[in-house]
Ligand binder design. Structure first.
Ligand SMILES: [Fe+2]
Ligand SMILES: [Fe+2]
Length: 358
């Protein structure tokens, strides 16, 4: 397989795969030019929420989403250089959930890098996850791109270590979408010191890709679609020419631009979350975003559980969202606008109209 496969051919092949069904994963293409031999791809799978019922029984629907993502990833052509897993393997952080998820993921051909999700963490504070997968923050270089992985779902020690009857009580507070007794996520001082030191060794013209579980931007605090020290992390990324933050957690299509940083979310293999405003029935609890977003139907169960191609062209990212039961979407970096744009639906008149639910 030629590494210099053209983007059009690449997408055509992806389209052929899609014809076989919607695929709950993403493929990221990093390109340094159309025929550059350093071009490469990696796959992205996220938010499987493997849920233990009892004994050897797990919620079948979530198992199937992950099994399918693994199978389709193994069929990808061109082969991705590696696979990234975006967090929330487990639903309630149980060792049997993590083990069951990792057993399914062990079917993947290729190296897998992982980020910690809050559902993996708040039972035993990540002990079992780290035992199985290693450190929760690290960096690596691949063909001219610097990749950083952060654990963004930590919170105040005073909340984490308060007197819980059982560790599962803490887990269940954080596992709720509306978590009035939860606590905001953060990367925290120690990791930000580590990040600064890590980035000090990287030249500012190196394309940077940062993986987190929660968005490193503030979308909606009530649901922890939020990282409390997002601005401080963004400040450390600010010196770099091209920065992309890829995250899971929100189970929906999101994109935004803050300064030099492009933000793109991945969809989940489990279920989609609605946008906060739709869910609360309120007029809008969303903060003013710098780029208005459009999305697929949040109330259609399999909508927003598709897959994406992400074409990172000279440091900028195009995300191809392939939705099994809706029209495919492309959110591409627009050079002129200087931010990600939905290539088909960005204009207000072209958008899927807002839905009213009772
Ligand atoms: Fe999740
Ligand atoms: Fe999450």
């Amino acid at each position: 397989m030629s590494k210099s496969i053209g983007r059009r051919e690449f997408l055509k092949r992806g389209g052929a795969l899609l014809a076989a069904g919607g695929l709950p994963l993403s493929l990221v293409e990093i390109a340094f030019g159309t025929e550059n031999e350093d071009n490469f791809t990696f796959a992205y799978i996220s938010d499987s929420h493997i849920t233990h019922v009892k004994g050897k029984e797990f919620v079948r629907n979530w198992d199937r989403g992950l099994i399918r993502a693994v199978a389709e990833t193994n069929l990808l052509d061109p082969r991705p250089d590696f696979i990234f897993y975006g967090g929330d393997i487990a639903q309630l952080g149980k060792p049997e959930e993590i083990d069951h998820g990792l057993e399914i993921l062990s079917g993947l051909r290729g190296d897998v890098h992982y980020v910690m999700g809050e559902h993996d963490y708040y039972l035993d504070l990540g002990e079992y996850w780290r035992k199985q997968l290693g450190p929760d923050h690290y960096s690596f270089d691949h063909k001219g791109v610097h990749f950083v992985v952060l654990n963004s779902i930590l919170t105040h020690d005073s909340w984490t270590n308060k007197k819980w009857d059982k560790p599962m009580d803490r887990m269940k507070q954080m596992a709720r979408l509306d978590n009035p007794n939860g606590s905001p996520f953060m990367v925290g001082d120690a990791q930000r010191v580590w990040l600064k030191k890590d980035l000090d060794t990287v030249s500012t013209n190196t394309p940077l890709v940062v993986f987190s579980h929660s968005p490193l931007q503030k979308i909606y605090k009530g649901w922890n679609f939020w990282t409390d020290d997002a601005e401080q992390v963004q400040a450390l990324l600010e010196p770099f020419d091209k920065v992309t933050v890829l995250y899971g957690h929100v189970h929906q299509i999101e994109y935004n631009q803050i300064g030099n940083i492009s933000f793109n979310s991945a969809m989940a293999t489990a279920w989609p979350w609605p946008y906060p405003a739709s869910y609360t029935q309120a007029e809008s609890y969303m903060p003013k975003l710098t780029v208005e977003m459009n999305r697929a139907d949040p109330f259609f169960e399999r909508d927003a559980t598709g897959w994406q191609f992400i074409n990172m062209h000279t440091g900028d990212v195009d995300v191809h969202y392939l939705l099994p039961d809706n029209r495919n979407r492309v959110v591409g970096f627009d050079e002129k606008a200087g931010h990600p744009v939905d290539t088909r639906y960005q204009a207000v008149a072209d958008r899927i109209p807002p839905q009213i639910h009772y």
